[in-house]
Design a protein around this ligand. Sequence first.
Ligand code: SF4
Ligand code: SF4
Length: 170
Amino acid sequence: MGNRRLSILKRIYKLLDHVTPLNEDCGELCCARCCKGGDHDGMWLLPDEDLLLKDADFLTIHETLEGKYAICNGHCDRKLRPIACRIFPYFPMMFRTRAGTHSVKAMPDVRAMASCALFDADAPEIDPRFKQAVRRAGMLMLQDRCMRGWLDRNSSYLFDIAQMKALLEA
Ligand code: SF4
Ligand code: SF4
């Protein structure tokens, strides 16, 4: 891996080390539902992110044609949790500006909306610093071609799901 990609990944980790959706532990609201997946619920990793996770023995990393994903045992060393966990339940959606450049907006991850307690009607407000950190993480991803491709594919995928959901609910 180029040093540049490694350095960007490390910056993203640092950015999201301590910023969380709420000032308190949102896991108290739902008994940490998003950490209770089974063997078929993994977290997609960014290109080469697995190289930062060599000491994360709570993760099993799998490789597919679409990339690598990790499955955890439900407990982790927070310093080594993947980016997918750090940004949940938001996602840095990539879009094209009128000027033709790429930009990013932090938006609720449509896959999380049915299960995450932070989207309940009476949920506390998500910390704007968290949304800002998710956006900044996405802006950093734009700086690397492979990460930009990853962001583009995932943003399109989430956009398609959101559209399908809207059609079904119409
Ligand atoms: S499901 Fe949502 S509210 Fe529950 S721990 Fe995960 S991010 Fe927090
Ligand atoms: S790695 Fe940690 S934060 Fe991510 S799902 Fe597993 S227990 Fe939850």
